[in-house]
Design a protein around this ligand. Structure first.
Ligand code: 3H9
Length: 691
């Protein structure tokens, strides 16, 4: 199908309609189609004015991101847009839906913009590690002012049609026929014989506007030290303000081309596609249909269960929250209300919405209340006996075809499924805490989980605003299994000579918001301690702290100490003395570690575990592992996730370091996975994903 169609009306309006599903991205064929459509319309004496419209729900979602990093195919988008802006006949954009990135830049190059009421307009390039590269940094400021334009580009979030009109970004909102309204507007401009060019206007640049832009720019640069594109964005806008359009466009183009090659942008683009790829489950096609889910039940009104119930309620799915005792239920319901009230106080939720959400949650005592639910999510105590009892009861109670999900973080989903006579209906839905906030959802596929249960889980995940990744059954699944490796490595570093703050500083310097020890103190050292007691595992430092009753922040002491009211820990001389003593007892000569060594010792074992996870088929692709870690554990997104990052480091280097670590510690589990060894000879995780 022609990606750009032209129709000419009797009144002399040529409508160029972009049709490039799914999102009308401006790939090479669309760019060529727009240019030839425009050229033909200009050459046609019957055409007086031009409308650029699009088919489907989206106007244009931007440049085709999959073309980035490949040899450019002419015509370039900036060239097409210059032709639009310089057109000898007026061009009006009919914005039917989302206009993002290059899509909004296309509209900006037009001489007027008419939007549908539901349209949204934005320049999200910043989130991909780049800046608008087809005039956005120049035309938007000229249209709406430098400070509002910078705010829009630095934030990356789209604005509504209404807001866009208030800003001066769109000229009109069409309640009725959008293309007809745009055509009328285009003819009006043709009649007047003159039309505005957003690239030409300089008038908005008042001294106040410039000052507000400069303040916002230095703020944004300070807040995003890892993102080279923020400074580049400010620079391009500034050049345009100071030296005019042509130099501004040149500065923008140069920065765009540099940034596209930057590892940060490569990493962010990798994640963009990885997140979308994660929704595809090998072997399960479109013929598998989801089961209907009109109601849910959540068992366990603790923090996790309450958070999960909130997710359903926010998506408008009625949910029954179930507890064994009235007191636990009331406490759980009160916690949910108080969470919402905090959001209302912060201004992120209206009280009306809060009441609407709460209206979808019903509390009940006793498992019988789960009988009518289409999906039951168990979020009870992490104990196989408890889970077996609940699933046994659900097997008797739940209606036929109901999905029985467990929110276990570690336990064997197959064993849980076998406590029922319907293992095909059992699946793991591993939410991350706080469940109403964290985007990641590990969907754990049991050996007998039915394909339509997986498809329903994926569907539901998206409905409740989660980012799903399908994983297989093993201890800790993808995320926690790799985390265990980091936790073990962090303990080893303490015994070998590093102090908690040195490890945490290296990790925050790497880009995490928190280091592993600050994180343990926040989560509570008692949790891991009890889990280790159950399995016989050891973590000498954490165990010694927990045995003294030092559970982290909640007790005021842990890896750090927390004087009254302090949220950030201080170095604790007693903890440090304890660590030194534990090293001495083991005959270890303590030594210092550079930040680089600390990162290698913490992260390489994780990458190795990730490779084992791939070998075992627990994750379908390395990019799924990246999605899990970036969205569930705050791995810095600008590095693309652990597996993408590892390729940048060099797999051969990691293999060599792991061999050395295994020899030093005597821990054979640190020996490189066969897959890692093989890829280190020449290959990449990405090749394996594609295979
Ligand atoms: C840019 O414009 C640079 C310019 O300034 C300068 C150039 C010189 N390209 O997300 P979905 C695919 S940078 C290629 O699942 P939704 C996506 O991979 C760009 N492909 O749907 C998926 O494919 P598949 C600035 C794209 O409804 C399918 O479309 N623009 C692009 O949840 C459906 O996507 C952006 O950053 C693209 N630009 O969300 C916007 N966009 O089915 C990026 C989507 O094979 N896009 N695809 O997996 C989005 O934010 C969302 O896709 C959107 C739809 C909100 C549009």
């Amino acid at each position: 199908m022609d990606p750009v169609r032209t129709e000419i009306s009797a009144a002399g309006v040529a409508t160029l309609t972009i049709a490039n599903p799914p999102v009308n991205a401006l790939g090479a064929a669309v760019r060529a189609g727009l240019l030839s459509g425009l050229t033909a319309a200009l050459a046609n004496a019957d055409v007086r004015a031009i409308v650029i419209a699009a088919e489907g729900k989206v106007f244009v979602a931007g440049a085709d991101i999959s073309e980035f990093g490949k040899p450019p195919v002419p015509p370039s988008l900036p060239d097409v847009l210059s032709a639009v802006e310089g057109s000898a006949k007026p061009v009006v954009a009919a914005i039917n839906g989302l206009a993002l990135g290059g899509g909004l830049e296309l509209a900006l190059a037009c001489h007027a913009r008419v939007a549908a009421p539901a349209a949204r307009l934005g320049l999200p390039e910043i989130k991909l590690g780049i800046i608008p590269g087809a005039g956005g940094t120049q035309r938007l400021p000229r249209l709406v002012g430098a400070a509002p334009a910078f705010a829009m580009m630095a934030g990356g979030e789209p604005v509504s049609a209404e807001k866009a009109r208030a800003m001066g970004l769109v000229d009109d909102i069409a309640d009725g026929d959008l293309v007809a309204t745009a055509a009328t507007q285009a003819l009006r401009l043709a009649e007047a014989g003159t039309w505005p060019r957003s690239g030409a206007a300089e008038s908005k640049f008042s001294a106040e506007d410039r000052a507000a832009f400069e303040t916002a720019a230095s703020d944004a640069i300070r807040k995003s030290p890892r993102m080279p594109n923020v400074a580049a964005l400010a620079h391009a806008v500034r050049v345009g303000l100071e030296k005019g359009l042509a130099e501004g466009l040149a500065a923008e183009r140069a920065a765009f081309l540099e940034l596209v090659k930057d590892p940060t942008s490569k990493a962010l683009r990798h994640l963009f596609f990885a997140e979308r790829e994660a929704a595809r489950v090998p072997g399960i096609g479109k013929e598998v249909k989801a089961r209907p889910v009109a109601s849910a039940a959540v068992i366990g009104a603790g923090t996790m269960g309450g958070g999960i119930a909130m997710c359903f309620a926010q998506a408008g799915i009625p949910v029954t929250l179930i507890e064994v005792k009235e007191e636990a239920l009331s406490a759980g319901l009160a916690r949910i209300r108080s969470n919402y009230e905090t959001s209302v106080k912060r201004g992120s939720l209206t009280s009306e919405k809060m009441e609407r959400h709460l209206g979808f949650i019903t509390g009940r005592v006793g498992l019988e209340a789960a009988a009518e639910a289409d999906i039951v999510v168990e979020a009870a105590f992490e104990d196989m006996g408890v889970k077996a009892e609940i699933f046994g009861a659900l097997d008797r109670l739940a209606k036929p075809g109901a999905i029985l999900a467990t929110n276990t973080s570690y336990l064997d989903v197959n064993a849980i499924a076998e406590t029922t006579k319907r293992p095909q209906d059992v699946v793991g839905l591993h939410f991350f805490s706080p469940a109403n906030v964290m985007r990641l959802l590990e969907i754990v596929r049991g050996a007998k989980t039915a394909p339509d249960v997986l498809v329903t889980s994926l569907d539901l995940a998206r409905k409740i605003g989660k980012l799903p990744v399908v994983v297989g059954v093993c201890y800790g699944f993808v995320g926690n299994r790799m985390l265990a490796k980091r936790t073990q490595a962090a303990e080893r570093l303490l015994l070998a000579g590093a102090m908690p703050h040195e490890v945490d500083d290296a990790v925050t310097d790497f880009g995490f918001r928190m280091g592993p020890f600050a994180m343990s103190d926040l989560a509570g050292l008692d949790i891991g301690w009890r889990a280790r007691k159950a399995t016989g595992a050891k973590a000498p430092v954490a165990d010694a702290l927990a045995e003294q009753g030092f559970f982290g922040q909640k007790t005021g002491r842990g890896f750090y100490r927390y004087p009254e009211g302090a949220r950030k820990g201080e170095r604790d001389p007693d903890t440090e003395a304890l660590i030194t003593r534990l090293s001495d007892e083991r005959g270890i000569t303590r030594r210092s570690f550079s930040r680089e060594e600390i990162i290698a010792r913490l992260m390489y074992p994780m990458v190795n575990e990730g490779a084992k996870i791939l070998e075992e088929g627990i994750a379908s692709r390395s990019s799924d592992v990246d999605v899990v870690w970036v969205n569930g554990y705050n791995w810095p997104n600008f590095t693309g996730g652990p597996m993408h990052w590892a390729e940048g480091v060099g797999l051969a280097r990691i293999v060599e370091a792991l061999d050395a670590l295994a020899a030093e510690t005597g821990d054979d589990s640190l020996k490189p996975a066969a897959l890692l060894r093989r890829l280190a000879q020449g290959g990449s995780f990405a090749d394996k994903d594609a295979a």
